[in-house]
Structures are given as C-alpha cells and as structure tokens.
Design a protein around this ligand. Structure first.
Ligand code: CUA
Length: 166
C-alpha cells in the first residue's frame, strides 16, 4: 500500500511540475488564437469536480474516523499507570477509547499478542482523544506507554482481553 501511495505521489508531483513549467513558459508568450486558452475554464472545472469526488471517496476511509462509537472505554494515563474502566472488550464490535491524562502527556499504544502495535492515541491532560477500533482477534492485548513521561515510564503497562460475545 505504501509503495502505491509513493508511486501515485511521485507521478502527481511530476504532473504538477510539468504543468508549472508549462505555465511559466506560457507566461512569457503573447496570447494567440488557437493556444487552447478557451479550454482553460472547462478544464479547471473538470479538475475541480474530479478533485471533489476523489476527496470524498478517499477521506471516507480515514482510519480514525469515528462512524459509530460502539462501546466507550475510558482510559486515563498517570505517572505511572493506566486506568482502563473495562477489562473485557467485545470481539468484532466497534470500541471507542476516550483517552486522557491526569498529569503529563502519555502515549497509549495497544499491542496484540504478537507484540505488534495495532493503534495508538495520545493521552493529554485536560483533553480527551477518541480512537475507534474493532478487534478481529480474541486474546490478551497490552497497553504500553509510548511517550517518555518520567522515571517509571517503562512501568506503564496494562492488559485487557478481547472475547467473543454470545
Ligand atoms: Cu506514560 Cu510514558
């Protein structure tokens, strides 16, 4: 996926550079008949309409968009602990974590049983960050702090389990 994004970005950058170069070159010429200037307005409108559809089509898949909060789980970070109000989370249903902090910034990183980071959200004092996730594998998940927050930062570990509902 990342290589596709990189390729698309490089192609679009080349297109923009080409158009920019053409515009700079054209600006030194006198306008003349048949230069294609009449196409400019429909071209701009066409591109704007395509751009709106591309933006709508791609932003809908925004990974942190909260479509439905589902189960709300409150998470509070503090020096040096995590307080999580639910220890058993449902499998296959959206869960929205409301993450905050009692003192300094903490990074709530959620790791699966293979110790792979699956998502993270910042715990900030006086602010609630929301992140939604639907767990598709049952098991034990670990919450580790991802932001250096003082002497016992490395002790900020917590666990919760994901279980299939009835
Ligand atoms: Cu909390 Cu590091």
């Amino acid at each position: 996926m990342q290589s596709v994004v990189l390729t698309v970005s490089l192609v679009l950058m080349a297109v923009v550079a080409f158009l920019f170069w053409r515009a700079v070159a054209a600006s030194s010429r006198k306008p003349s008949e048949g230069s294609g200037a009449g196409l400019r307005t429909p071209l701009i409108w066409g591109l704007a309409i395509i751009g709106v559809f591309v933006a709508l089509g791609t932003l809908r898949e925004w990974p942190h968009a909260v479509a439905s909060e589902g189960l709300v789980v409150k998470v509070t970070g503090g020096q040096w602990y995590w307080e999580i109000d639910t220890q058993e989370l449902p499998l296959g249903q959206p869960v929205t974590f409301h993450v905050t902090s009692q003192d300094v910034n903490h990074g709530m990183g959620v790791y699966n049983a293979d110790k792979r980071l699956i998502f993270q959200a910042q715990g900030m004092p006086g602010y609630v960050n929301k992140i939604s996730y639907t767990f598709d594998e049952p098991g034990t998940y670990q919450v580790l702090c991802m932001e250096f927050c003082g002497l016992a930062h490395h002790n900020m570990m917590h666990e919760f389990t994901v279980v299939a509902g009835e």
